[in-house]
Ligand binder design. Structure first.
Ligand SMILES: Cc1cc2nc3c(=O)[nH]c(=O)nc-3n(C[C@H](O)[C@H](O)[C@H](O)COP(=O)(O)OP(=O)(O)OC[C@H]3O[C@@H](n4cnc5c(N)ncnc54)[C@H](O)[C@@H]3O)c2cc1C
Length: 540
């Protein structure tokens, strides 16, 4: 069989690696327009800010490493210009030589991603206005920062990339202004949670311009003048535009593939496009929102990775694996806050007339793990899980919840975390694999018991939540139990002393099992048995 893959980053690289595992004999060719494959976009802002100092760390795999390990024909700096779905043929341009050639396929995979929006407003072509999508964009910003030493930055757009860049541009020593059209940053959050982020940004010296947009840019002798709709003018030496992304669907559209009503490539539950031998995934496709059951564009790495595995399985084994939809699990670091979201926020639920969210009263939790986001809307279920009996939920529950919330805030602990720690304590000889299985099992149990009745969904939904974090180590550190898995992985890879790491985590106060175990279960627990259990796991 001959498989062609277009796009070599999150989705495309996953498909390539998995296809090789599924089919040892297949001919696999991966085309990537850029110079690099398989890198972590999520790390790019942190390389600019200096938190990731070694550029090599951005790359999950190099072209050479990928080729050697998976025997894949990787063709970087080669752009697929056309697809003939009838003849099952693509036209490719070698961007280095200008040469054009054709390549046939049995199955074709599209993972072309999405490009940053760059609206045609006056002055947009100024060289001091950047967007951030890939490694060359990152290098350009980093080089500009190092050589020009800007002292003022404007970030247009308060989504997660904008905020991560605001933090990192601050770390580079620039004074940052954020311009955002909406009344809040981070659209997946409800306003009360976003307000905490607003305050934190201001505390960190960032100036927020909400409910205001850019009218035009003007290059000046000293930098760029950003003219806002309100009439205000903000001066900057560097502007980062991060106002959203547009799916790259030109190829698909020109090939006659069906485009969905939100503008992404339409796929069925097997991630197959309207041409049966062409599959598509990642930022370029339209998915089903798992909560609202409506089409959605959710450009995140987790879904792209998961879809990548499903696409490879369906290509190799025939259409067996169904992609149920996307929950939109996302975690972002905003200075000292970890901001997480999953599912639909109350605003969206109300907009689609789905659930009565009268209990939506709590203020947000700055340091969250995924369950809080759900608990936020369905808080009574959390009370029940935590064993809190209360006959007057309208009044007293709020006090109790406040305590629970504070506890969450301090420890970053989730309902699943609590259960996993309980399990670990009861199984001190568990192996790492058993631990992982137990985590998934417990997460499923929590989901099925407490959330599935509300969402009307069963096991598969949990894949969007816990498997996401287990399979995507980058996000692990955002979760309490995730840190344990992360250090376990690190330990295997670099020979760190896991027990020391656990001690370090405890000492940071992020995981304080004694406190929350006591509150959650009524039984005190000391750190030592936990450490002992962990040491045993490591020895096995
Ligand atoms: C700065 C930044 C930070 C991010 N942080 C996070 C995060 O913290 N968490 C998270 O979940 N997500 C994050 N994302 C989003 C995440 O990176 C994307 O959702 C994910 O990469 C999508 O995967 P994809 O395969 O669909 O597209 P991409 O990873 O963008 O890959 C598409 C590739 O296809 C190539 N291509 C396109 N057309 C062609 C063609 N015709 N021929 C050859 N090659 C082609 C492109 O050059 C590109 O390299 C971030 C994104 C950015 C830009």
């Amino acid at each position: 069989m001959k498989y062609l893959i277009i796009g070599g980053v999150a989705g495309g690289a996953t498909v390539a690696a998995r296809l090789r595992r599924m089919d040892e004999k297949a001919q696999i060719i991966l085309f990537e327009r850029g110079k690099y494959v398989s890198y972590a976009n999520c790390g790019l802002p942190y390389y600019i800010g200096g938190e990731i100092s070694d550029r090599k760390k951005l790359f999950v795999q190099t072209v050479e490493g990928f080729t050697r390990r998976f025997l894949i024909d990787i063709r970087t700096e080669q752009e697929v210009e056309a697809i003939d779905a009838e003849k099952k043929m693509v036209t490719v341009k070698n961007l280095l030589t200008g040469e054009t050639y054709q390549e046939s396929y049995d199955k074709l995979v599209l993972s072309p991603g999405a490009e940053p929006l760059r609206p045609r407003i006056e002055g947009i072509d100024c060289k001091k206005i950047f967007t951030l999508r890939n490694v060359p964009d990152t290098d350009a910003i980093k080089q500009y920062v190092e050589h020009e030493k800007p002292s003022r930055s404007v970030v247009v757009g308060g989504g997660f990339i904008g905020l991560e860049m605001a933090e990192n541009l601050s770390l580079c020593g620039t004074k940052v202004d954020i311009i955002e059209m909406a009344d809040q940053v981070m659209a997946p959050l409800d306003y009360s949670m976003a307000a905490i982020v607003h305050q934190h940004l201001v505390d960190k010296g960032v100036t927020l311009h909400l409910k205001d947009g850019v009218k035009s840019f003007e290059e000046t002798a000293t930098g760029v003048a950003v003219h806002l709709q309100s009439g205000e003018v903000v001066e900057a030496d560097l502007v980062l535009l991060s106002i959203g992304v547009r799916p790259e669907v030109k190829l698909a559209r020109e090939a006659g593939l069906t485009i969905g009503k939100l503008g992404g490539i339409a796929v069925n539950e097997f991630m197959q496009t309207s041409a049966p031998d062409i599959y598509a995934l990642g930022d370029a496709v339209e998915v089903r929102h798992l909560v609202t059951d409506q089409p959605a564009m959710i450009p995140l790495a987790g879904p792209a990775n998961k879809q990548g595995r499903i696409v490879a399985d369906n290509i190799a084994l025939g259409n067996k694996e169904v992609y149920p939809g996307t929950m939109g699990t996302s975690v972002a670091k905003v200075f000292d806050l970890t901001v997480a979201a999953v599912g639909a926020n109350a605003k969206l639920l109300k907009r689609v007339n789905m659930y009565d969210v009268d209990y939506y009263m709590m203020n947000g939790v700055p340091n969250t793990a995924f369950t809080e986001a759900l608990a936020f809307v369905f808080q009574k279920r959390d009370l029940e899980f935590l064993g809190v009996k209360d006959n007057d939920p309208e009044k007293k529950a709020m006090d109790v919840l406040d305590k629970v919330w504070t506890m969450y805030e301090i420890t970053g602990v989730s309902m699943v975390d609590i259960s996993v720690w309980k399990w670990l304590y009861a199984h001190p000889d568990a192996t790492a694999e058993q631990l992982k299985e137990a985590t998934i099992g417990i997460a499923k149990e929590v989901w099925n018991k407490y959330y599935a009745p509300v969402f009307g969904l069963k096991d598969e939904t949990i894949l969007a939540v816990y498997s996401h974090m287990i399979d995507t180590p980058l996000y692990l550190s955002a979760y309490a139990f995730g840190q344990i898995i992360e250090y376990q992985l690190d330990q295997y890879l670099e020979g760190k002393d896991f027990a020391t790491e656990v001690e370090r985590i405890f000492s940071q106060g992020r995981l304080t099992p004694n406190v929350w175990m006591k509150q959650a279960t009524g039984s005190p627990l000391t750190v030592e048995p936990m450490l002992e259990a962990v040491r045993k796991v490591i020895k096995n």
